[in-house]
Ligand binder design. Structure first.
Ligand code: SAH
Length: 245
C-alpha cells in the first residue's frame, strides 16, 4: 500500500472511532445500554449468588451505578468488581453492596447510618429502600462530590456529612441499622451505642492491611450484642485517629 493510501486508511479509522465514541455516548443511546447491562448484572452477579430479598434486588436494579463512577470508568460500571473513584478510594463490588444491604435486613421505616460515603452508591441503594440514610465521609472532596451527585439524582432522603464516622452521628441516633464500608480491627463502641435494640451493624473487621471478615453485630433488647461471621472481604482501610485503637 502506498503512503497516501495508508494515511487515508488510518485517517478514516480514527474518524470512525471518534464518531462512534460520540454516538454511543449520547445519553439516548448510552442509558438503555447501561440499563440492560445493569439488569444482567443483577441476574448474573447478585441473584445467581443467592441474594433473595426483593427490596435489595429492586434497589440494585434501580440505582444507576455508572453515574457514581468517573466518566472514563463508566463502561465497566456493571463488571463484577470494585473500581477506583480517586483519592485512593473505591466503589465496592455490586455483590458486596447487595450482600451488606441484605445482611442489614432493612425496611421502609428504617433510619440507617453509613460510615464511608465514598461515591454514594451504597447510600443510594439503601436510600431506595429505607426512610432516611445518614452517611459520613472522611475525605472532604469525595463527600462533597457524593452529596452533589445524590442531590442531582433526586435522593432527598440521604444526608451526607464530612467527618469521622467512628463517632457515629449522635443527633440522628439511634439507628435501625449501621453499615461500615471501610476495614477496621474492632467494632467502634460509639456505633454499638447508637444502634437500636433489635438493630444490626454490618462491618468488615480484620487486622490492618489484611483481608477482613464481614461481621453482623446484632443488639438484643437488653443491650447485649451477638456477632455472626459471614464471608472474607477486602475493604480500603478505615481512616482517622481511632482507626487502630
Ligand atoms: N460506600 C462506598 C465505598 C466506600 S470506600 C461506595 O458505595 O462507594 C470506603 C470509604 O470510607 C472511603 O471513601 C473512605 O474515605 C471512607 N472512610 C474511611 N475512614 C472513614 C472514617 N473514619 N469516617 C468516614 N469515612 C471514612
Amino acid at each position: 500500500m502506498s503512503k497516501a493510501a495508508l494515511f487515508v486508511f488510518f485517517g478514516l479509522a480514527a474518524c470512525g472511532l471518534v464518531v462512534s465514541y460520540f454516538y454511543f455516548n449520547r445519553s439516548e443511546i448510552r442509558e438503555p445500554l447501561m440499563d440492560r447491562a445493569r439488569a444482567k448484572m443483577v441476574k448474573t452477579q447478585i441473584e445467581a449468588r443467592g441474594i433473595r430479598d426483593p427490596l435489595v434486588l429492586d434497589a440494585m436494579r434501580a440505582v444507576p451505578r455508572h453515574q457514581f463512577m468517573p466518566p472514563m470508568q463508566q463502561g465497566r460500571a456493571y463488571d463484577d468488581g470494585a473500581a477506583s473513584i480517586g483519592h485512593g478510594q473505591t466503589i465496592s463490588q455490586p455483590y458486596i453492596v447487595a450482600l451488606m444491604t441484605e445482611l442489614a435486613a432493612v425496611g421502609p421505616e428504617d433510619i440507617v447510618f453509613e460510615v464511608g460515603t465514598g461515591s454514594g452508591y451504597q447510600a443510594a441503594v439503601l436510600g431506595e429502600i429505607v426512610k432516611a440514610v445518614y452517611t459520613v465521609e472522611y475525605v472532604e472532596a469525595l463527600g462533597l462530590e457524593a452529596k452533589a451527585r445524590l442531590a442531582a439524582l433526586g435522593y432527598d432522603n440521604i444526608h451526607v456529612r464530612i467527618g469521622d464516622g467512628y463517632q457515629g452521628w449522635p443527633d440522628h441516633a439511634p439507628f435501625d441499622a449501621i453499615l461500615v464500608t471501610a476495614g477496621i480491627d474492632h467494632v467502634p463502641q460509639p456505633l454499638i451505642d447508637q444502634l437500636k435494640p433489635g438493630g444490626r451493624i454490618v462491618i468488615p473487621v480484620g487486622p490492618e492491611g489484611r483481608t477482613q471478615e464481614l461481621l453482623v453485630i446484632e443488639k438484643n433488647q437488653d443491650g447485649s450484642v451477638q456477632e455472626t461471621r459471614t464471608i472474607p472481604v477486602r475493604f480500603v482501610p478505615f481512616l482517622g485517629p481511632k482507626a487502630a485503637d
